[in-house]
Design a binder for this molecule. Sequence first.
Ligand code: KIV
Length: 276
Amino acid sequence: MSATAHHSRLTASAIRERKGATPIVCLTAYTAAMASMVDAHCDVTLVGDSLGMVVYGLPSTLGVTMDMMIAHGQAVMRSSSRSLVVIDMPFGSYEESPEQAFRNAARLMRETGAGAVKVEGGVTMAPTIAFLVARGIPVMAHIGLTPQAVNVLGGYKVQGRASDADRVLADALAVAEAGAFAVVLEKLPETLGRRITGAVAIPTIGIGAGVDCDGQILVVDDMLGLFAAFRPKFVRRYAEMAGVAEDAIAAYATDVRARAFPGPEHSFADNSSQTS
Ligand code: KIV
C-alpha cells in the first residue's frame, strides 16, 4: 500500500474531531461490491458482526468467528479507499482479558489493514478499551442494546428506559473516558440519545437512538430492503431490493425454461476473432 493511499482514508481521529459538526454517515458492508458503493458515500464502513445473520443465516451474532471477520474485512478493504473501515470484534474474542482483546484486535488490524475495531460493552469493557487505545488500537465502543449479550438482556429490547437511563449514561461516560474515538448507541429512547450526545466528548453514532446523535448507522441490507419480512422500527427502507431481485430471478428462470436466454447477443460465433 502506498503512503498516499493510506493517508487518503479517513482516520479514527478525524472521525473523533467531527463531534457536534456535520453528521457522521455510517453503514455496514461485508462484501467487495457493497463496500465500493458504501465507501463512495459514507464516512465509516463497518464490517459488523451482523454479517453472521445477514450473510451466514446464523440465528444471532454469537457464532461469528475471527476468521469470518478477517475474510470479510479483507474484501471490504480491497474495495474501499476513503472511508474509515471499522471491524467488529466477534463474541468471545475480547471479553476474557485486555491481553486477549489486544491479541485479537492486533490480528484483525494486521490481517485486514482496517483502521479501527469495535467492541460491545460499557463500564465493564472500559479498562479493555483503555488497554487497546494505549497500545495503538483505535476503538469504537457500542452500548445500549449490545446484540452479543442477547441471552443476558432477554431479547433485542429497547434499553435505557426510565430508571435504566443512568446505567446507559454511565456506560457512555466510561467508554469516552477510556479513550474510545466514538460510541454506537443502539436502541435507546430518543431523549437518552440526546442526553448522552450532550454529555460525552466523543461522537455518538445512533442506530435507533434518535436524530440528535452525532452520526447514524444502519445495516445496509436492512435499509436496502434485502430482507422483505424484517422491518425493525428504526430502519427507513430506501429501496425494496428483495422484490427487485426476486422479480429478476423469476424472469431468468422463465427465460431459461423457454430457451429465451441466452440470446444471439450472449453467444459466441465459431468463426469470430472475438474472445470475450
Ligand atoms: O454488527 C453490526 O452491524 C453493528 C451495527 C448494527 C452497529 O454492530
